[in-house]
Design a protein around this ligand. Structure first.
Ligand code: NAP
Ligand code: MG
Length: 496
């Protein structure tokens, strides 16, 4: 079923995609209970890349059973924190050793440039595992001086239990790492459902998870569709927590589904992040920085800087500068070493983005760069800069999740905070200025989980990431994420 082995394709990847991929349940690779498979596509060509076992409710049931057994009775619970940490560290090492192979898989399945996956997606995932490996031995409770005499009171931080994790297609490997790393560090067990568009790197990671020595049932990976496998995980009565990254719309469905057993929920959802350039900014960094804020990963970033606000006196210069960057971006197949931007992930996503462009044009927006689908086959869209946009337009209000930025001028620096905050989202924001006081005042006033000053898209395993408002619940990464995967037990003993 795989694509023809071309000299361009990494040999291990060619072998990996040449046969239908199975799902990982209880430490074994198995077919779907239904026997069904589904195709994953190469978005640069639209051709089928590989067939993957199609998980559904019955497979989720089996996976949850395995995770429950591993959590309640398996060697995982008896393992010391140090042993847990060492396995996570080893997983990071194994992943690093296979950097090239994972970069190929990401590029083929998602469309992103191979060279970017090699220096961003894979090393960030490696680093995340290493950072979380260190936390395993540092999860501590407190001793509490309660008021009554003659008692010893303390808290334990305990793993939350069986965790369902549902991830999107924009950073398939990295999102798997963000989810798995803290769950494993805290001693939870997991059922992971990758996105239907990009299941391959998570499945390959599953092989490394077994190699790293995690006991059976600790990590189960069930590919499949959201409405079936994903929904079965979100409403499963024996899942203690669900962690989701994806659209705000589906995030709300997850909250409803979780209500049945009141499982814990954490959500990392959409964004429409404002990127504000003041006239006193260093434009030589602000212009390329703002181009990369939107065009990195083809705009398929939840924190993409998709609303660009520029102080009036430098507006024309900035817009022309960003547009010039957009025009120069080399769009092509992710495997081509010259490519700077690959295709969007799917035909559906391409049509969604083109639909937004149509809507913008019909409401009076103009493109000063791009504005169309690009190329013949494959799901390419031109890097696009829209001007003449107004705050009430769909292209300004809704998450496009494609390489499209709306640029708008502002005159009064006082007006910019309410305009920047005028969104149902609050994931990220950026400010470009040389005035350090203004920068930090803005950072305080912007209602967003991350504020970048004179930079954009800086991520680190140690830096919490997550949303205000409808951009989500909870923070991933940093020590904050440990709260999402542990709960506190108070122990109180009479000792006198
Ligand atoms: P999505 O539907 O929210 O998908 C995210 C994950 O949720 C996927 O694994 C998906 O499975 C699963 N899912 C879908 N419906 C579900 C349900 N009813 N119950 C449980 N799980 C379910 O995102 P999308 O459709 O791929 O993209 C749509 C839009 O979402 C994008 O245009 C973008 O605006 C936004 N998005 C945001 C992020 C982010 O990082 N914040 C990431 C991706 C997309 P399937 O694989 O079957 O879809
Ligand atoms: Mg694909």
């Amino acid at each position: 079923m795989g694509i023809a082995v071309s000299p361009q394709i990494h040999p291990h990847v060619a072998e990996f995609i040449d046969q239908p991929r199975k799902m990982l349940i209880n430490g074994r690779w198995v077919n779907a209970a239904s026997g069904k498979t589904f195709p994953t596509y190469n978005p640069a060509t639209g051709e089928v890349l590989a067939q993957v076992a199609e998980g559904d409710r019955e497979d989720i049931n089996q996976a949850v059973k395995a995770a429950r057994k591993a959590f309640d009775n398996g060697p995982w619970r008896r393992m010391t924190a140090s042993e847990r940490g060492r396995r996570i560290w080893k997983l990071g090492d194994l992943l690093e050793q296979h950097t090239e192979e994972f970069a190929y898989l990401e590029s083929l399945d998602n469309g992103k440039p191979l060279n970017i996956a090699k220096v961003a997606d894979v090393p960030l995932a490696v680093d995340l595992f290493r950072y979380m490996a260190g936390w395993a031995t540092k999860i501590e409770g407190n001793t509490i001086p309660i008021s009554a005499p003659g008692f010893l009171a303390y808290t334990l931080r305990e793993p939350v239990g069986v965790v369902g994790q549902i991830i999107p297609w924009n950073f398939p490997l990295l999102m798997a790492a963000w989810k798995l790393g803290p769950a494993l560090a805290t001693g939870c067990t997991v059922v992971l459902k990758p996105a239907e568009q990009t299941p391959l790197s998570a499945l390959r990671l599953g092989e490394l998870i077994l190699e790293a020595g995690f006991p059976e049932g600790v990590v189960n990976i069930v590919p499949g569709y959201g409405e079936t496998a994903g929904a079965a995980l979100a409403d499963h009565p024996d899942v203690d927590k669900v962690a989701f990254t994806g659209s705000t719309e589906v995030g709300k469905l997850i909250v409803h589904a979780a209500a049945g057993n009141l499982k814990k929920v954490s959500l990392e959802l959409g964004g429409k992040s404002p990127n504000v350039i003041f006239k006193d900014a260093d434009l030589e960094t602000a212009i390329p920085g703002s181009a990369s804020a939107i065009f990195f990963n083809h705009g398929q970033c939840c924190c993409a800087g998709s609303r660009l606000y520029v102080e009036k006196s430098v507006y024309d210069q900035v817009v022309e500068g960003v547009a010039e960057h957009a025009r120069k971006i080399k769009v092509g197949s992710g495997l081509d070493p010259d490519t700077q931007m690959g295709p969007l992930v799917s035909e559906e996503q391409m049509n969604r983005v083109c639909g937004y462009l149509e809507s913008g044009f019909s409401e009076g927006a103009k493109a000063v760069a791009g504005g169309h689908k690009s190329g013949g086959r494959g799901y390419f869209v031109e890097p696009t800069v829209l001007v003449d946009t107004k705050e009430n337009m769909k292209v300004v209000r809704e998450e496009i999740f494609g390489p499209v930025v709306t640029a708008m001028p502002f005159t009064d620096p006082e007006e910019i905070v309410p305009r920047a905050n005028d969104s149902e989202y609050g994931l990220a924001a950026a400010v470009w200025t040389r005035d350090i006081g203004k920068a930090h005042r803005m950072a305080e006033q912007l209602r967003a989980g991350t504020v970048w000053i004179n930079c954009y898209n800086i991520f680190d395993a140690a830096l919490p990431f997550g949303g205000y408002k409808q951009s989500g619940w909870g923070r991933e990464m940093g020590h904050d994420v440990l709260n999402l995967y542990t709960q506190t037990k108070s122990v109180c003993a009479r000792i006198a």
